[in-house]
Design a protein. Structure first.
Length: 114
């Protein structure tokens, strides 16, 4: 069922058991709508929105990486792969998400390993 703005405000107030003329309720409605829209943008998984960009580069002994901006702005990063050329073969290594605490413990600084 689709609603216009006034119907939405009235039905949401009814579901929340709030007076639809309550000033605090009316003040929060724009934020509620914005939060809902942003969640839809984050969770909507359309094939045409998936971008594969191979223009990024890594720096040896640095754990910092800036996402390339050539394909637009990234909203959600699903996976990152590193392609490493060895002789005539290129190997793909999928990065595994870890916590910042784990990274700080395992990768303490940018100095080269000895």
């Amino acid at each position: 069922m689709s609603f216009n703005y006034d119907q939405f405000v009235a039905n949401l107030a009814n579901m929340l058991v709030v007076d639809p003329t309550n000033a605090e309720y009316l003040a929060i409605i724009p934020t509620v709508i914005d939060d809902a829209e942003q969640r839809i943008y984050r969770e909507l998984d359309l094939l045409t929105t998936i971008v594969r960009d191979n223009s990024g580069t890594l720096t040896a002994n640095s754990r910092d990486f800036t996402l390339p901006q050539s394909a637009g702005r990234f909203v959600v990063t699903e996976s990152i792969n590193v392609f490493t050329p060895v002789n005539t073969t290129t190997y793909r290594q999928q990065m595994i998400p870890v916590s910042r605490e784990w990274m700080d413990a395992v990768y303490p600084d940018d100095a080269a390993c000895t």
